[in-house]
Design a protein around this ligand. Structure first.
Ligand code: PLP
Length: 442
C-alpha cells in the first residue's frame, strides 16, 4: 500500500499542490522558497548533494537550504544520532548534557567565544546580540551596513533592500524601513553606513557616537554582493568601537562556514559578540550568541539584577544540539580546507566558462561561497553590486534555465553555497551548465 501511495504522489502536478497551498498559506509558501514561475517545485526526498522532486526529477543542490546544510542532505551520521535522540524525547523543561557538549565544542572554535547561549534561528541570534549590546552599553542605537541582510528583527532589516530611489546621499545614507508601518522610533535608532567604505563609515558613526550600542557587521554579506570586508575596514570599526564604548557585533549566521572559527579568523581583531545559526544546527533550527563573558553576563538569569531576561521554549533542544554537534565535529579543519579548495576550483572553472562564452560576468566570494555578478569587473560596494531591473531579468532567465533544463539549483542571487558532499563531477556539471546558460543569455 505504501508503494502505491508514493506512486500516486509522484504523479501529482506541482500546480495542483500549489493551488491547494494558496488556499491555506498566504502566498502559498511560508518562507523564501525556490520558486520558478509559476509555482514552487515540491520535494520528494534528498540525499547528499541531490534533491529529487515529486515528479522524479533529480537536481544537484548548490543552495543547501540557504547555506545551512554543510554536509548536504540526510547525512547518515546526523540522521543516526538524531534518530537515537528522537526516541528519548525532543524537548524538556530540564537541562541536557547535549547542550553542554555542544557549547564546549563551539566555544573551543574561536578565541572570541568565552560564553555562549543557544536560540532557535539566526534572526533570534542577531536580535539577542543587539539587545544584549543595548543592555550592556545602556545605549539605544545600532549601526548596520546598507543592503546587508540580518534576518527579520525590525532594527536589523533597515535598508536591507535600499535602492536608487530611496537610498539617498552616500555620505549619509537614508535609513529605509522594510515594512510599512515600522515605527519612526525604530527608523531613528538605526544608523546606516556604506560597507567597506572606511572614511564615510567613520564619519557617519562619529555623528552618532554617544548613542550607538553596537556596530553590526556580516563580514561577507551575501545580499550586499558576497565580497569580504577588508581587514582595514574591520580594524577601523574595531578601533572606533573601543573609543566610543560600543560593541563590535559580527553576524556569522552564514559566514561561520568560512573557517574553523568563522570568517572572524581572517581578521586581526576579535569581535565582542558573534551571532551564529544555519550550519551549526546540522539541518535543524538553531541560533547561538557567543562572545565575551563580561558582555554575555547581561543574559545571565542567575544574577541579582537581570539586565536582559532571555529564554525560548525550544532553545537548546536536544535534537538541534545533537545534530549540530555531529555536523560541526565533522566540519573540522581538514573538511574545511578540502571544501574551500573545491570551491576555488569551481570558481576557476566558471571563470573559464565566462571566458569561452565571452560574457561580462564576474565572481565574488569567500570560503565555500560565491556569487555571479553581471558586470565585467567584480563589485566592491553595495551600490556597485546593486542590480537594476534589466539585470534581474537576465538573472531570472539564467536561473530558470539552470533549474529547469540543467537540473541545477542555485540561490536566487546566482550564488552557490557548497556542502562537503560535493565532488569534482558536480563541479564539472556546474561549470558546463553555466557555459550553456551564458551562451543562452548572451
Ligand atoms: N543573518 C544572515 C547573514 C542571514 O543570511 C540570515 C538568513 O539568511 C539570518 C541572519 C537569519 O537567519 P534565520 O533565517 O535562521 O532567521
Amino acid at each position: 500500500e505504501s508503494k502505491s501511495l508514493t506512486k500516486n504522489k509522484t504523479g501529482k502536478e506541482n500546480t495542483a499542490i500549489y493551488s491547494r497551498a494558496c488556499k491555506v498559506i498566504t502566498g502559498g509558501v511560508s518562507r523564501n522558497t525556490i520558486f520558478r514561475e509559476p509555482h514552487p517545485y515540491y520535494v520528494s526526498h534528498a540525499k547528499g548533494s541531490y534533491i529529487t522532486d515529486i515528479k522524479g526529477v533529480e537536481r544537484i543542490d548548490f543552495a543547501n537550504n540557504m547555506a545551512s546544510l554543510i554536509h548536504g542532505h540526510a547525512h547518515p551520521n546526523i540522521t543516526n544520532a538524531v534518530t537515537k535522540q528522537l526516541k528519548k524525547g525532543t524537548a524538556y523543561t530540564m537541562g541536557t548534557e547535549s547542550e553542554v557538549d555542544f557549547a564546549e565544542l563551539l566555544i573551543n572554535r574561536s578565541v572570541g567565544f568565552e560564553k555562549i547561549r543557544f536560540v532557535n534561528s539566526g534572526t533570534e541570534a542577531v536580535m539577542t546580540m543587539i539587545k544584549a549590546s543595548r543592555a550592556y552599553t545602556g545605549k539605544p542605537k545600532i549601526a548596520k551596513a546598507e543592503g546587508a541582510y540580518h534576518g527579520t528583527y525590525d532594527y536589523a532589516e533597515m535598508s536591507q533592500t535600499a535602492n536608487p530611489s530611496n537610498w539617498g546621499d552616500i555620505n549619509k545614507p537614508n535609513t529605509v524601513p522594510l515594512v510599512d508601518g515600522t515605527p519612526q522610533g525604530v527608523v531613528d535608532d538605526v544608523v546606516i553606513f556604506p560597507f567597506n567604505d572606511i572614511e564615510r563609515t567613520l564619519n557617519i558613526l562619529d555623528q552618532n557616537a554617544d548613542k550607538i550600542a553596537c556596530v553590526l557587521i556580516d563580514p561577507v554579506p551575501h545580499r550586499i554582493g558576497l565580497f569580504p570586508a577588508s581587514n582595514q575596514f574591520i580594524e577601523a570599526i574595531y578601533k572606533w568601537t573601543r573609543k566610543n564604548n560600543a560593541i563590535l557585533a559580527f553576524d556569522e549566521v552564514v559566514t561561520f562556514r568560512v573557517n574553523y572559527g568563522g570568517a572572524q579568523d581572517n581578521y586581526s581583531v576579535v569581535p565582542d559578540l558573534t551571532a551564529m545559526g544555519k550550519i551549526i544546527g546540522g539541518g535543524f533550527p538553531i541560533g547561538a550568541l557567543a562572545g565575551k563573558s563580561e558582555i554575555m553576563q547581561v543574559l545571565n538569569p542567575r544574577q541579582a539584577i537581570l539586565k536582559h531576561p532571555h529564554s525560548g521554549t525550544f532553545s537548546a533542544n536536544p535534537i538541534s544540539t545533537t545534530a549540530g554537534r555531529i555536523a560541526m565535529e565533522m566540519f573540522d579543519e581538514n573538511a574545511i580546507l578540502r571544501l574551500n579548495e573545491l570551491t576555488k576550483k569551481a570558481i576557476y572553472q566558471i571563470k573559464e566558462s565566462i571566458k569561452i562564452a565571452d560574457v561580462p560576468i564576474s565572481i565574488t566570494g569567500d570560503g565555500s561561497m560565491f556569487r555571479l555578478h553581471f558586470t565585467e569587473t567584480a563589485p566592491r560596494l553595495y551600490r556597485e553590486a546593486y542590480q537594476p531591473k534589466q539585470i534581474k531579468n537576465i538573472v531570472t532567465e539564467l536561473l530558470d534555465y539552470m533549474f529547469l533544463k540543467e537540473h541545477i539549483i542555485m540561490i536566487n542571487t546566482c550564488a552557490c553555497m557548497f556542502a562537503t558532499t560535493l565532488e569534482q563531477k558536480e563541479i564539472d556539471r556546474l561549470s558546463q551548465a553555466l557555459l550553456n546558460g551564458f551562451r543562452l543569455i548572451k
